[in-house]
Design a protein around this ligand. Sequence first.
Ligand SMILES: C[S@@+](CC[C@H](N)C(=O)[O-])C[C@H]1O[C@@H](n2cnc3c(N)ncnc32)[C@H](O)[C@@H]1O
Length: 196
Amino acid sequence: MTDDRTTHFGFETVPEGDKAGLVRGVFSSVASKYDVMNDAMSLGIHRIWKDAMMDWLAPRSGQKLLDVAGGTGDVAFRFLKRAKVGHATVLDLTEPMLIEGRKRAEAAQLEDSLDWIVGDAMALPFEDNTFDVYTISFGIRNVTRPQEALAEAYRVLKPGGRLMVLEFSQIPNEMLQKMLFEPPHLLPPTFKPIPS
Ligand SMILES: C[S@@+](CC[C@H](N)C(=O)[O-])C[C@H]1O[C@@H](n2cnc3c(N)ncnc32)[C@H](O)[C@@H]1O
């Protein structure tokens, strides 16, 4: 039996089975430039949003973080800085993104506080009730079936654990929404919001 379910990839509709490969292709090709691109294209605003997420989370010493779709580790580094003593696991579908993150960890002498795992948000390679915090920043829109990722988040979080999702949404100003997200748009495909 063929599986003819489809999903979105940017503004395109693609077979569900193709999406992970397409996502991996995009992020593999930009991995070495991702951090610079992220700053340039968001004018540094992504840093403010990530800091705000950490303000809200208020990491505590001894906590264990799982940052899914964690890319080059931006959220994990912020978490460790605030928790002082803690551990972060960064999981991502795209190995070259994690390789860039590991280089950053080595430069900051944080290797012992971090794990870098290649994996899929929809099938996490961790036991139930493992983490205090689960974060996913600018990643859930790339996941083929977000509800499966959320079910996995619930499974691996300890009772009372925190789930935090940082993602684009509709901009309440129609003109700004059009300028930024509708073709011809100012932001590249990886910065498009989840179609509502
Ligand atoms: C826009 S980047 C965000 C990286 C980082 N979280 C940040 O905020 O800078 C999206 C990341 O999601 C990853 N990703 C997409 N689908 C995924 C999935 N199903 N499971 C794990 N990672 C995924 C991509 O490989 C990519 O590294």
